[in-house]
Design a protein around this ligand. Sequence first.
Ligand SMILES: [Zn+2]
Length: 81
Amino acid sequence: MMRPTFKTCPTCGSRKIKLATGDYRTTTRGRSIVIPDVRRHECPTCGEILLDYEAVQQIEEARQGGRNPSRRSSRSIKRGA
Ligand SMILES: [Zn+2]
């Protein structure tokens, strides 16, 4: 069951936060990357995008590895405490 982590927008206080999943665009080291299937919460009132812990992890991993398909991803990922 999909349950929003954020209920109110920290920027404008709106309670209309909605959960969305899709491509997330960001830049790393001067180039832009697109991370597919990132779950985030969007505020339709002010346009704020909120990322939960998992989404942040997903983006960080993509930033480390970039989009180079030849890079091996077999190494285990350390999870913080
Ligand atoms: Zn807002």
